[in-house]
Design a protein around this ligand. Structure first.
Ligand SMILES: NC(=O)c1ccc[n+]([C@@H]2O[C@H](COP(=O)([O-])OP(=O)(O)OC[C@H]3O[C@@H](n4cnc5c(N)ncnc54)[C@H](OP(=O)(O)O)[C@@H]3O)[C@@H](O)[C@H]2O)c1
Length: 246
C-alpha cells in the first residue's frame, strides 16, 4: 500500500517548480491531487500530465494566492481533503534602499498572508490526520543580499508554523514548513534569468554539498512531512548546508 493511498493533496502553486514535483510524487504515493496557480495554460498542461501519470482526474483552478475569497472557494470545492501544500507565491528580490511601501506590502500579501489565510480557511475542510506544508526559505536564518523581504516573511512564516502546530492540534492536523535553499526551478529563471548561471556556480562552490538543489529534493521533504504523523511545528531545511556555507 502506498503512503498517501486514499488521501487527497491540495497544492496551491502546483503547475511547475517544487509544487508540481510534489504533485507528481504524491500521485506516485497513491494520492488524489487538486492544483491551483495563476496561469491557466500551464495549470492545464500540468493537470493533464498528472492525470496521465496517475490515471485519474486532477482538479485545477486558476487563482492568485493573494485573492482570499477565490482561494477559500477553491478549498471548499476540494472538501474533504487531507493535506494543504502552499508553495505558490511571489516575492521579488529588492535591495532595502530601493524598497517601496507598495512592494513590501505586495510581498507580504503574497507569501505570508496568502498561505496564512489559505490554512485558516482550508482547515475546516481537512480530515483529521492531515497536514499543512508552508514554504519559507533560508534567508530567514542566513541573509541573502536583496532578500530582506523574503527574510522577514520567512521568519514570520517559521513562527506561524510553530504557533499553528499548537492551534491545529485539536483538529487532528499538523503544520510544518519547508525552508529551501537555492533550488533549480523556473523561479530562478523568472528572478535571476540574467545572472542565474553565475549564482549557481557561486553557490555550488560555497555550499557543503557542492551543488544547488532540485525541485524533486524539496518534493521528497513535502512527502515526508505529509506522511510522518509524529512531525509537527517543524521547519525542514532542504538547502545543501546553506547555514554552514563558506
Ligand atoms: N527555488 C528556490 O531557490 C527557492 C529558495 C527559497 C525559497 N523558495 C520558496 O519555495 C516556494 C516554491 O518555490 P519554486 O521555486 O517552486 O517556485 P516556482 O518555480 O516559481 O513555482 C511557483 C508555483 O506557484 C505558482 N504561483 C506563483 N505565484 C503565485 C501566486 N501569487 N498565486 C498563486 N500561485 C502562484 C506558479 O504558477 P503561476 O506563475 O502560473 O502562478 C507555480 O505553479 C516559494 O515559496 C519560494 O519562495 C524557493
Amino acid at each position: 500500500m502506498a503512503g498517501l493511498d486514499g488521501q487527497k493533496v491540495v497544492i496551491i502553486g502546483g503547475s511547475y517548480g517544487m509544487g508540481f514535483a510534489t504533485a507528481e510524487m504524491a500521485i506516485d504515493n497513491g494520492a488524489e491531487i487538486a492544483i491551483a496557480a495563476r496561469g491557466a495554460d500551464k495549470l492545464n498542461e500540468a493537470a493533464t500530465k498528472l492525470e496521465q501519470r496517475g490515471n485519474r482526474l486532477v482538479a485545477r483552478h486558476a487563482l492568485r494566492i493573494e485573492d482570499r475569497s477565490s482561494v477559500a472557494a477553491f478549498l471548499a470545492d476540494c472538501t474533504p481533503f487531507d493535506h494543504l501544500v502552499l508553495p505558490g507565491s511571489t516575492v521579488k528580490p529588492i535591495l532595502y534602499g530601493d524598497l517601496t511601501e507598495e512592494a513590501a506590502h505586495a510581498s507580504f500579501d503574497s507569501k505570508f498572508w496568502g498561505p496564512f489565510w489559505a490554512a485558516y480557511d482550508g482547515r475546516r475542510h481537512m480530515r483529521r490526520g492531515g497536514s499543512v506544508v508552508f514554504y519559507t526559505g533560508v534567508a530567514a536564518h542566513r541573509p541573502v543580499k536583496g532578500y530582506v523581504m523574503g527574510a522577514c516573511i520567512n521568519g514570520a512564516l517559521n513562527a506561524a508554523t510553530r504557533s499553528l502546530a499548537l492551534e491545529f492540534a485539536p483538529l487532528g492536523l499538523r503544520v510544518n514548513a519547508i525552508a529551501p535553499g537555492l533550488t533549480d526551478t523556473p523561479l530562478q529563471d523568472i528572478l535571476h534569468g540574467h545572472d542565474k548561471e553565475e549564482r549557481y556556480a557561486e553557490y555550488s562552490a560555497r555550499l557543503p554539498v557542492g551543488r544547488i538543489g532540485t525541485a524533486e529534493e524539496c518534493a521528497l521533504g513535502a512527502i515526508y512531512l505529509m506522511q510522518n504523523g509524529f512531525v509537527t511545528g517543524q521547519v525542514l531545511g532542504i538547502d545543501g548546508g546553506h547555514e554552514c556555507m563558506a
